[in-house]
Design a protein around this ligand. Structure first.
Ligand SMILES: Nc1ncnc2c1ncn2[C@@H]1O[C@H](COP(=O)(O)OP(=O)(O)OP(=O)(O)O)[C@@H](O)[C@H]1O
Ligand SMILES: [Mg+2]
Length: 507
């Protein structure tokens, strides 16, 4: 009775997939409620039902005790449910103020009142502690700022319910803290907030209660204070899964014994791009997993882009297999056996209309050239192998990738690069947005490919993952390489110390 939003017996199917089955969900006023579960568990689907994007096959939704049936997201928004989806649905080329008032412009006698709109926009944002020029194009601001703009829209609709689907997946620590501040403020205003994240720590930090889904079914509703980490993980992964997968440990012995002794594959010396990365040296041996650690914005991705030849060098040399690559370009890099899985996979990676199979074999096929086409059977075997290895949740290899959940789309891209039969692979945040069990699978696959001679440059913000997978770690700070750790020195603590205190290396 005293629930702000209540859904019961929710069921929905897509061709070949029972996405939700008999799910109940209850949100109170003034609470932050985490919706947790593995990739493909049904989180986004449930949120899309609550926000009027999908209509459920079964079940009922009520808002403040009254049954509702939304015919569209606009209707849900008018009723007081505001949503910030996994993919921000703002228009980057419009100004901040225009985005805020999209569809609800304050007009005077039919004319758009720009002055008033801009003034109102400033007011709304400043109440969320954001002081920016609202006439600037939205795309000129960071994702963090864009997100707050999306949230601010909910204030304009005087929403009671705010839905945030993985809002923090591309924010750094400070930006996430800032967002949490905003969320706490809205909560104290009485909003009910639904929050999806794959970062367990964040769930503990910000949420009051949690609902856990597994395979489209409700596992339970918990008070976060009384939910232990083990219980949480078991609830998400399932009894069998948790024993089999997440407990798996990597042998650290590998680091000393087999640490890539196949000779140097890549050597960058004195490489720099003015304003982007200060001069650095970096070498990578065959069979080695080299970590690249540092805070978001420390220059990690910029370094990777220089090495792969996406951005031009202003100075320095890159040698691959003993031969100089210069001026380097992605085409030369690819010809030399290098691959790059970028951070922004949403825009750079998946081709939604192609099938899982077509997406996975793309790089491998491109690598072999059109005269050595992979046979259909071979393609299917590779696809099945990766669906299994990374637990990609799909009815099969022929499913269009756009129908997969956000995290499973990412796994497809990772699979594409892992399958591509390269000599050097650059992975930029390969496990972001991916659930804990699959993370471990991806890490294991990377190590086993390294055992077969692949050199990997592994970029990640999660230091325990870097410490676990890498025998050597280069550390970046403020667009500068500030240190390198090897062997026993590689650990979460030591990487953190190096990020904080490391000396600049080769200025
Ligand atoms: N439009 C669609 N067509 C076919 N299948 C779909 C569609 N939307 C979702 N699914 C399937 O429903 C299941 C649940 O997907 P959903 O996006 O809700 O997962 P999720 O919990 O949000 O996962 P993630 O953490 O990866 O974002 C998945 O198996 C997905 O492939
Ligand atoms: Mg999702």
């Amino acid at each position: 009775m005293d629930f702000l939003l209540e859904a019961s017996g929710i069921g929905i199917s897509f061709p070949g997939v029972r996405a939700l089955d008999g799910v109940n969900f209850r949100l109170r006023r003034g609470e932050i409620h985490a919706l947790m579960g593995q990739n493909g568990a049904g989180k986004s689907t449930l949120l899309k039902i609550l926000s009027g994007v999908y209509r459920p096959d079964e079940g009922r939704v009520s808002l403040s005790g009254r049954a509702v049936r939304f015919a569209s997201p606009t209707e849900a928004q008018r009723a007081g449910i505001s949503t910030v989806h996994q993919e921000l649905n703002l228009i980057p080329t419009l100004s901040v103020a225009e985005n805020l008032f999209l569809g609800i412009q304050p007009s005077a006698a039919g004319f758009l009142n720009w002055k008033k709109m801009n003034r109102d926009a400033e007011g709304v944002l400043s109440r969320l502690n954001l002081k920016i020029d609202v006439t600037e194009q939205l795309s000129s601001f960071s994702v963090a700022v864009q997100q707050i703009v999306a949230i601010a829209r909910s204030r304009l609709f005087s929403a009671d319910v705010l839905i945030l689907d993985e809002p923090t997946s591309s924010l750094d620590k400070e930006e996430a803290a800032n967002l949490f501040e905003v969320m706490r403020n809205l909560k104290s205003d009485g909003l009910g907030i639904i929050f999806v994240t794959h970062f367990l720590e964040q769930m503990y930090e910000i949420s009051d209660r949690a609902t856990i889904l597994r395979n489209g079914e409700l596992v339970g509703e918990f008070n976060v204070k009384h939910l232990s980490r083990i219980d949480l993980i078991t609830a998400m992964v399932g009894e069998e899964g948790s024993a089999r997968r997440t407990e798996e440990k990597f042998e650290r012995g590998r680091r000393e014994e087999e640490a890539g002794d196949g000779g140097t594959f890549l050597e960058a010396s004195g490489v720099a791009r003015f304003g982007a990365v200060e001069p650095f040296n970096l070498s990578l041996r065959r069979g080695e997993v080299l970590g690249l650690a540092g805070l978001l914005g420390s220059g990690r991705s910029e370094m990777a882009r220089l090495i792969f030849g996406i951005d031009g060098l202003d100075q320095g040399k890159i040698k691959v297999d003993g031969t100089a690559l210069r001026p380097s370009s992605p085409r030369d890099s690819i010809a030399a056996g290098m691959g790059f899985c970028p951070e922004d996979r949403k825009t750079d990676g998946v081709i939604g209309s192609l099938s899982v199979r077509e997406n996975i074999i793309l790089a491998l096929q491109a690598n072999r050239g059109i005269f050595r086409m992979l046979g259909r059977q071979e393609q299917e075997d590779i696809t099945d192998k990766f669906i299994e290895a990374l637990s990609i949740k799909t009815p099969g290899g022929e499913q269009a990738v756009r129908n997969l959940s956000g995290g499973n789309q990412q796994k497809v891209i990772i699979a594409r690069w892992l399958a591509s039969n390269l000599k050097l692979l650059i992975l930029d945040e390969p496990t972001r947005g991916i659930d804990i069990a699959a993370k471990a699978e991806i890490q294991k696959l990377i190590l086993s490919l390294a055992d077969q001679g692949l050199a990997v440059l592994f970029i990640s913000s999660e230091l325990d993952e870097v410490a676990r997978c890498c025998e050597r770690v280069a550390v970046m700070r403020d667009r500068r390489k500030v240190g390198e750790l090897t062997g026993d020195d590689v650990g979460v603590e030591s990487i953190m110390r190096s990020i904080a205190l490391g000396r600049e290396e080769c200025a």
